[in-house]
Design a protein around this ligand. Structure first.
Ligand code: C5P
Length: 233
């Protein structure tokens, strides 16, 4: 069995909604509820720990417990960086051997995707982590500060990385035990494992599992959720 950590403690500055991003309404619900719902329907998940922005932690924690009774819910206050929020949630989690980490900013998560990333890790005993990612369809170039192109990267080797990311607990604990400066710079947890030579495997996922960062993403996510769940969503 696995524990799932949902990190929802970001401020959402780039979305500019005036409230923490996880609270922004999306297809009739606060954004975080979509991820909670998908993970609660995942048979392999025995507990979900949510890291909230401190100012809304107690109100949202009781709402989450009321709305989701099929699986154990735990809440913590998030930290100053994403990695710190993951670490706080991990410390509050039950002692399961497999830990799934998911960004509340990806509300298009499905139980099937979560199950397939968990299964991929279980199927490879040497792997430390398995991560959902979509094949890159754009051509990606590197450019310097003056916008001069220096390189075109080979697209067939590129993946646009998402969450869920699933870890052997020991590997995640070791990765999150690094220096604060290193943790503050990490945009995902798998990169911390890669850095120490860990084995991370990609699980191909749909580009539909978008991350909501800007107002355009929010609109797109709303349309995709309504198409998936019907106009009442
Ligand atoms: O900022 P960004 O959208 O990249 O954040 C990714 C995820 O990490 C979001 O779900 C956000 O709520 C979460 N986060 C967090 N604690 C922070 C910063 C971000 O839980 N301090």
């Amino acid at each position: 069995m696995a524990v799932a950590l949902i990190v929802a403690a970001g401020s959402g500055e780039r979305l500019g909604a005036g409230v923490p991003k996880a609270l922004v309404e999306l297809a009739g619900r606060p954004m975080w509820l979509w991820s909670l719902d998908a993970l609660a329907r995942c048979a392999a998940v025995e507990q979900i720990v949510i890291a909230w922005p401190p100012e809304i932690a107690s109100t949202q924690a009781s709402l989450a417990e009321r709305l989701c009774t099929s699986v154990g819910i735990e809440s913590v206050e998030g930290g100053a960086s994403r990695s710190e929020s993951v670490l706080r949630a991990l410390r509050a989690a039950r002692s399961a051997e497999i830990v799934l980490v998911h960004d509340a900013a990806r509300p298009l998560l499905t139980p099937e995707l979560a199950e397939s990333v968990i299964s991929a890790l279980s199927a490879d005993p040497d792997a430390h982590a398995a991560i959902a990612a979509a094949a890159v369809t754009d051509t990606i170039k590197r450019a310097d500060a003056s916008l001069l192109v220096s390189e075109t990267l080979p697209r067939n080797e590129l993946w646009s990385v998402q969450t869920p990311q699933v870890f052997r607990r020991e590997a995640l604990e070791r990765a999150l035990g690094g220096a604060d400066t290193e943790l503050a710079l990490a945009t995902d947890d798998a990169s911390l494992i890669e850095r120490s030579g860990g084995r991370v495997i990609v699980v191909p996922s749909s580009p539909e599992n978008i991350k909501v960062t800007t107002p355009v993403d929010l609109r797109l996510a709303g349309l995709l959720l309504a198409a998936r769940h019907g106009p009442s969503a």
